[in-house]
Design a protein. Sequence first.
Length: 190
Amino acid sequence: MAEMLLFHHALGQTPGFLAFADELRAAGHTVHTPDLFDGRMFTSIEDGVGHAEAVGFDEIIARGARAADQLPRDLVYAGLSLGVLPAQMLTQTRTGARGALLLHSCVPPDEFGPWPAGVPVQIHAMDADAFFVDEGDLEAAHALVGSVEHAELFLYPGDQHLFTDSSLPAYDHDAAQLLIGRVLAFLSAR
C-alpha cells in the first residue's frame, strides 16, 4: 500500500476533502492531510484564493514542505487545485517521490525544476473547467505529459472545478468515482 501526502484545495479541509482522503484510506493507503490554512475554510474559491494570496503562495508551499519534513521521503504527493502547488513542488524537489496526483490543476513543469526521472504522474480535471482550461493549467498538463515518460492526463466531461469534493455543489458522483478508481489503480502500483 502507498503512503501519500494529500493537500487540500482553496476552500480548506472541507468535509468532502476529508471524505476523499478517507476513501483512499479505506482502500488501505496511508494518507496524511496537513491543514495549510490553520483551520480556516471558505465558501467560495475566490475567497479561499484571496486568503492564500494574503498568506502568500510561497508560504502555502513552505507549509506543505514543512508537513513533508515530518514524513518519510518515499511518498506519493497529491493535491487538489491549490494543493497542487506544494504537491508538485515536493514531487519535483524532494528526493524519493513515488508518484504525483495532480487534481483540478497543474503547474508548468519548469516551475520547480526538472521532473525527476522515473516518477509517474496522473493529472485529472474536467474538460470545460474554466479554472483549468482558461488559466493555463491545461497547457501545463499537456507539457508535463509530453515531457514525462509515465504521465497520464484524464479529462472528464463537464465544467466543474472541484468535482471530487462531495460536500460542494460542484460534486459529480460519476466523474469522482471514475477518478477514484484511476487513483486507486495508480496507488496500488506504488
